[in-house]
Ligand binder design. Sequence first.
Ligand code: ADP
Ligand code: ZN
Length: 732
Amino acid sequence: MDELTAALKAHFGYEAFLPGQREVIAPVLAGRDAFALMPTGGGKSLIYQLAALMRPGLTVVVSPLIALMQDQVDRLQANGIAATFVNSALSGDERTRRERAALEGRVKLLYLAPERLLTGSIIGLLERIQASAGLALLAVDEAHCISEWGHDFRPEYRQIGELRERFAQVPLLALTATATTRVRGDIVTQLHLRDPFIHVASFDRPNLRYDVRPKDKHTYGALRSYIRAHPDQSIIVYCHSRKTVDDVAASLADDGIRALPYHAGMEADQRAANQRRFIQDDVPVLVATIAFGMGIAKPDVRAVIHYDLPRNLEGYYQESGRAGRDGQPADCILYFSFGDKAKIEYLINEKTDEQEQQVARRQLAQVIGYTQGQGCRRRALLAYFGEEYPQPDCGNCDNCLHPAAREDRTTEAQKLLSCIGRTGERFGLRHLVAILRGVQTQKIRDLRHDQLTVYGVGKDLSEDEWLHIGRALIEQGIIHTAEGELPILMLTPAAWQIIRGQARAVLPARPAQLPARGEPATAPGAATLDDASAGLFQYLRDLRKRLADEQGVPPYVIFADAALRAMALQRPQTREQFAAVPGVGQRKLESFYTTFTDAIRAYCTQHDLPLELAPDSAPRRPERDRTATHLLTWDLFEQGKSLDEIAAARGLRPTTLRTHLIQAIREGRHVDRDRLLPPQRYAAIAAVIRRLGFETMAPVKEALGDGYDFDEIFFVKTFMLHDIQMELQTDA
Ligand code: ADP
Ligand code: ZN
């Protein structure tokens, strides 16, 4: 074990670095400036925390939110690391006491709010520290706050550049989870970074499962069942308005679910109390507007549910990204309805600034594109951030897990389209559906629409089914909607072709008809526990909660769920076994060894369970689980089974199996290409890739035409890249 890994285990109890952590720590330790752009949950804080511990002197961390400072300091102290913060909320005496501790070298990390930085007293203090204990590092968290182009500009952040000049020899490390190219440039110039090492991580969050569900009259019930199916798990439900927040929270409470509201219209005290109760695991569910979330680092949120449509994808990525910071599986569910879309459109039309309107319309169109897409959600989200997802199928979003079946609905489409034509292309979907279903409404009688030949020809389908068909035709561009107060449906040339029987309407099946699309198969975050271990896990959670309340800290400061799950599975008794649990560093070993091993022994004795099990059944981060599954596929394929046979045996789709094989190829494993693709096909695809380049495969697909699909193209690309790599290796 090298020095860095040893320090990681000793201080934080982790066995291995997350992607990018080591890459950034190394140059910082060498005294170089650095800039890390990593997604939420990527483990940014650990970078400067570990660097702080390994460099002599004090590390100053600039962080914009007081709540975050407190949280980080709690967690560091629980690991036995000397950290403190100074901000305006402290009394003068307390501030002096903490500053003196820093001056005397008794503190390794000092958190400061940006508005305090350039006060004479802080500068004086830092100068004195530099002359005595020394300054190790200046870390700037949430560095995007420095840019006016970012979404939460903090003018005080501008002062950091000046501070940097005063302490020119101290390396500066900037970190953020949100930065467009423009903001990135701003950060580098405004912070006066010098030849920084820049790390840009993938924004993919593989442990998050993206899921879009239709929103209709059953949605509240679905939400309630979801929450009931995941008892005691932290869940955030985001709603558009304060009123919806209050309504949903009240309904859940009436239904016996412990849920609290959070929005900017509440009394500050009440709001803070609700937030605290959520963070301390007193209540599992928080129903909130997007006012909630900034500066919340609760790592074990198991689901973020958007009850209403978000306004833009950036926001959706950030909000949903608050799930699963701990790397364990988590759900991101978005409920979509065309009614919500209309509501947002209405608000957009209210805006007076035309440019703002345009931006908002474009953003809304992107959100709609995301929700209505039939392809991989992850791929779509990453594409929004300019990142190409390297595989055709992520295996962890609703579309990849349950691709919508398609069905020929030509007859129904003809009925609806004729109805639009016969009523003069002047009505909205609901009225048209009422005509088809032969409903008696005042409007129908007034307009004499009950005299039409299409009146009542669609009695055989429910209203929901007709709405689904109508919407699918709109999405496919077969029906055109005119902008107006009420959306009016009009026919396109494609619609006329269907009416005349010259084209067919093949539409996605209704999601509700797909049985697999309901609840996820396993409760996220509890996937790896058998019944016996699950009982022990719950027992340990209760113990953790008691200890947390005694110490006045959130439970995750004591141990993460992952640590408790490992304890429940391995049931450690010796010090060595306990030290091997992920998240148990030196300090936690001292503080909790006796309490937890005693509790485990007591529970196991009482329930007649074996102790001291081998750690190989320990839960792993989901990336590694995926490794296991792709190797299983690879193994079967190498044994001579065909993809179809493996698909049947494993209950997986061939596309998923292909991603498994691609991963295996990438890892340098042998895969017989002739069994995957006939050599002529391979040669044809390879020729086009050679001509058009490896960057994006869409033009390649276009050049090849309909006879080829993306899966095959990706295979060839992967094989070709693999060959190039092998060549390079043998050359070197
Ligand atoms: P970010 O600031 O990038 O959003 P955090 O610093 O909050 O991410 O880290 C996310 C979670 O991952 C935290 O619960 C943290 O304890 C955990 N974590 C950080 N580094 C590691 C590691 N090397 N191994 C396992 N877990 C880690
Ligand atoms: Zn996917």
